[in-house]
Design a protein around this ligand. Structure first.
Ligand code: G3H
Ligand code: 13P
Ligand code: ZN
Length: 333
């Protein structure tokens, strides 16, 4: 058993309570490799922002679970080296799909886990989430549950097949499971294609697609049922059009990629939404930067010469999110 406390990590409890009170949200950035982790930690350390390092099952399989744990431990030391005296860093399992996976993460240094039973029938979701909570809380690890289904390219279903969270279920779910935070569905989805062009309108001036608004009425109803309870938004990448343009102009193919407008995320961050998940934007930043090097310098083959600029671009992106979207800068001095 490796306790996250020995690794210098923290759970989400205090962090979320402060974020709700302060009207900001904590960034939850996914990482799969060293460059992403370096960029996240540099951005968080310089911004003095609490941060959640998110690891998916896919990331664990890609990078190796043991290595990831040591990387998170190294991240705490790196943050201190960068002058962040009291780093507030969470290591979180993203979309855990079984008790065994959650247990393995808890036993190996994670300070927070998500058990995603959102695709299960309600009672099965309750039972599985409670099983994870009962185990996690023995070790002071916090647990995120999910109610309502997000659509996304990963599921090969279109964005209009999602089911918004039913506000009538949230009190029962939170009470019976004992979960520490709740991911809800209000119209976001995973990946770089969050809406079909048919669901959008077109801005006559720019010609760009304008997505339909998020269902803030569902968020409001959830907050009314569970005042002060930490709410999580998945699928919150904005899919910056400058990255999409660069990628498409330099040999890529991301037609009609579209995300959540930052304005809507800013609004959400001021509410009980205290964790905002961003993965795709970092993938786009990395891909655009690498494509640019390959285009401008076709003779380049030293990975540091293209992964370095990719890392710099991700750091810029993370800082922008922290300062201009989530408002978490300066909250972990
Ligand atoms: O919600 C999904 C995250 O973006 C992680 O994606 O399963 O491809 O690592 P992944
Ligand atoms: P995006 O695909 O919008 O970045 O969402 C990431 C996410 O929700 C990870 O759990
Ligand atoms: Zn997600």
């Amino acid at each position: 058993m490796v306790s996250y406390k020995e690794l210098g990590l923290v759970n989400t409890r205090e962090m979320f309570a402060k974020a709700i009170k302060g009207g900001y949200a904590i960034p939850a950035f996914n990482f799969n490799n060293m460059e992403q982790l370096q960029a996240i930690i540099k951005a968080a350390a310089e911004e003095k922002s609490p941060v959640i390092l998110q690891v998916s099952k896919g990331a664990r399989n890609y990078a190796n679970a043991t290595l990831l744990r040591y990387m998170a431990q190294g991240a705490v030391a790196y943050a201190k080296e960068l002058g962040w005296e009291n780093p507030q860093i969470v290591l979180h399992l993203d979309h855990g799909d079984s008790f065994e996976l959650c247990k393995s993460c808890i036993d190996n240094g994670f300070s927070s886990v998500m058990i995603d039973g959102s695709h299960l029938p309600y009672e099965e979701n309750v039972a599985l989430t409670k099983q994870v909570v009962d185990y996690a809380h023995q070790y002071d690890v916090t647990v995120e549950g999910e109610l309502g289904v997000l659509a996304g390219v990963e599921d090969e279903v279109s964005a209009d097949h999602h089911t918004y969270t039913d506000p009538e279920e949230v009190i029962d779910f939170a009470t019976r499971t004992g979960c520490d935070s709740l991911a809800i569905s209000i119209g976001t989805s995973h990946g770089a294609y969050k809406f079909t062009p048919e669901q959008c309108t077109r801005d006559p001036k720019t010609g760009l697609l304008v997505p339909p608004p998020l269902a803030f009425e569902v968020l409001d109803a959830v907050m009314e049922k569970l005042p002060g309870f930490p709410i999580v938004l998945h699928g919150s990448s904005s899919v910056p059009q400058e990255y999409v343009k660069t990628i498409n102009e330099l040999g890529g193919k991301l037609p009609d990629a579209i995300g959540i407008p930052e304005e809507e995320l800013r609004k959400a961050a001021k509410s009980a939404v205290c964790k905002i998940n961003i993965d795709s934007d970092s993938r786009l930043a990395m891909t655009a930067a690498i494509r640019k090097v390959f285009h401008d310098k076709p003779g380049e083959f030293d990975p540091r010469k293209y992964l370095g600029p990719a890392r710099d671009e991700m750091e810029r992106l993370y800082k922008h999110k922290i300062e201009n979207v989530l408002g978490s800068n300066g909250k972990a001095e």
